[in-house]
Ligand binder design. Structure first.
Ligand code: DC
Length: 229
């Protein structure tokens, strides 16, 4: 695969800040954004909606292939429509996240979503957020980042995020959920979560969001993919 449109891939475990960082970097550069996790979440949500069991691989692959989804980017937020209905909030629940992690372990589902993800690669560039952006989907990307943070820091961030949304959750149960999801994402046989051999690993445990965005912009500039502004 070779394409002149540049892609910045940002892979890593859940809660490392990929979503926020990807959105900010894409906005700074004026590039497109692919939130690939949303596609797995939407597949899981559509399966629940149509009462398809989460282990029926052929049926789930059919759902993934025919997913009726629209991403509406407005200012700094994206509205997600599934079959014409607003699914922006529904795909963010812990239950849908858990179901997405199960659905994402199925090879036929991953295959069904592959081309749909590649179609996001459009000029002037793409920031692709996920688990296998650098290892499978955009192997020729000129800059690959593996964004990580300690599990306890990721649990702390998630706890804070939920508290701000008025949701009371226990820190220890969040940590257990994060560890279980990491294990499932890293141990699956297809497209397991791991850094691409040519990826740069960035540990965000002790970094602020603006620090990470600045570092990525610097790396893009060094490689001639963005101009220094
Ligand atoms: O990043 P997220 O939490 O929205 O991802 C939801 C689930 O989908 C997560 O368990 C990992 C999986 N996923 C994946 O397997 N491959 C991707 N490219 C993106 C997400």
């Amino acid at each position: 695969m070779s394409d002149s449109v540049p892609v910045l891939t940002i892979d890593g475990p859940g809660g490392a800040g990929k979503g926020t960082i990807s959105r900010l970097v894409a906005a700074r550069l004026g590039w497109h954004l692919l939130d690939s996790g949303a596609l797995y979440r939407l597949t899981a949500l559509a399966a629940v909606k149509h009462e398809v069991p989460l282990d029926d691989e052929p049926a789930l692959a059919g759902i993934a292939a025919s997913l009726d989804v629209v991403f509406l980017a407005e200012n700094d937020a994206t509205t997600v429509l599934l079959e014409g209905e607003d699914a922006t909030t529904a795909i963010r629940t812990e239950q849908v996240g858990d179901a997405a992690s199960r659905v994402a372990a199925l090879p036929a589902v991953r295959q069904a979503l592959l081309q749909r993800q590649r179609n996001f690669r459009k000029a002037p560039g793409l920031v692709a957020d996920g688990r296998d952006m650098g290892t499978v989907v955009f192997t020729d990307a000129p800059l690959k980042i593996f964004l990580t943070a300690s599990a306890s820091e990721r649990a702390r961030r998630r706890h804070l995020q939920l508290r701000e949304a008025g949701v009371d959750a226990s820190l220890s149960s969040l940590l257990k959920e994060i560890q279980a999801r990491d294990a499932r994402d890293m141990q699956r046989s297809v497209a397991p979560l791991k850094p691409a051999i040519d990826a740069i690993t960035l540990d965000t445990t002790r970094l602020t969001i603006p620090e990470v965005v600045d570092r990525l912009t610097e790396l893009l500039t060094e490689r001639g993919l963005a101009s220094a502004t």
